[in-house]
Design a protein around this ligand. Structure first.
Ligand code: ADP
Length: 267
């Protein structure tokens, strides 16, 4: 029931601003539906690792496992599932902080070449494990304005996905180029390209949604939470940027980000 108390009625018996009010109600309902879907997803996602930890711990405690090798593999599962829980809780808290606008960006000039040197060093071990070549092509003189920690979070997420969803021996490459838009504004276009498994065309519009995964089993087994890309999208938008994706199944994917360039007078 829509209460229209206090909304002035015009002479022909309609309410002023009624259309606006109905739009508001529809939007509130949409947000409410999204919220309850999110809560349902969160509880499902949290229950899975909790149940696994409980089950394997109970078996061990019950004394049913006699050989050390099996006992150790059960302990490893308990450890891994607990790590997943940790990541899930961290991502859920991060997302809710961003969505309720409780994040605060620390803006400063970021020198892209040094930024990516340090990022690639962090990711090099993970890439080496899968014999994936990891490289960056970034002009020496480019700066953007942003929150360095949040930018790290964005690119760490994109790079770890690229490595995760690429087969052994593949390659992952980051590029940054300066672009002058028609209105004179300058931006930097970043691409993160992998030679991985790619994303089916029908899934492309949905992969930035919370908990959306192309292949649940694969995401789980590689430790994914299904929240990485929606966090990335929010953080890019907080930087007044945009993100999109192009992909060919079986050939690879490219994530494209556009962020404002730091203007000379700000340095
Ligand atoms: P996850 O924790 O599952 O990786 P994300 O939100 O980071 O969650 O990504 C959502 C989904 O998008 C992934 O489950 C995967 O199916 C797909 N995806 C993301 N990045 C890539 C990529 N580089 N190549 C192929 N698929 C990807």
């Amino acid at each position: 029931i829509v209460r229209l108390d206090g909304v002035p009625m015009t002479q022909d018996g309609t309410y002023q601003g009624m259309l606006f009010l109905l739009q508001e109600v529809t939007e509130i309902r949409r947000l409410e539906r999204m919220r309850s879907e999110f809560v349902a997803n969160v509880s499902h996602e949290l229950k899975t690792p909790v149940a696994a930890v409980k089950g394997f711990a109970e078996t061990l405690l019950g004394g049913g496992v006699k050989d050390e090798k099996t006992a150790n593999s059960f302990l490893q599962i308990i450890y891994d599932e607990n790590e997943r829980l940790n990541r899930l809780i961290g991502d859920i808290l991060e997302l809710s902080k961003i969505e309720s606008k409780r994040v605060h960006l620390e803006w400063s000039p970021v020198h892209l070449s040094s930024f990516f040197d340090s990022l690639l060093e962090t990711m090099s071990k993970v890439a080496e494990k899968k014999s994936i070549s990891l490289s960056a092509e970034v002009p020496e003189e480019l700066f953007i304005e942003g929150d360095e920690d949040k930018l790290r979070q964005i690119f760490l997420n994109l790079l770890s996905n690229a490595i995760n969803y690429t087969h052994e021996g593949g390659s992952v490459k980051v590029r940054a180029v300066n672009r002058q838009k028609k209105d004179g504004e300058e931006t930097v276009i970043f691409t993160v390209t992998d030679t991985g498994m790619g994303i089916p065309r029908k899934d492309l519009p949905r992969i930035f949604e919370r908990f959306y995964r192309v292949d649940k089993a694969r995401s789980r087994s590689s430790g994914g939470t299904g929240l990485g890309l929606s966090i990335v999208k929010h953080l890019v938008e907080l930087h007044r940027g945009a993100i999109s994706v192009e992909s060919d199944l079986g050939i690879g994917s490219t994530f494209i980000l556009e962020l404002p360039l730091l203007q000379d007078d700000v340095i």
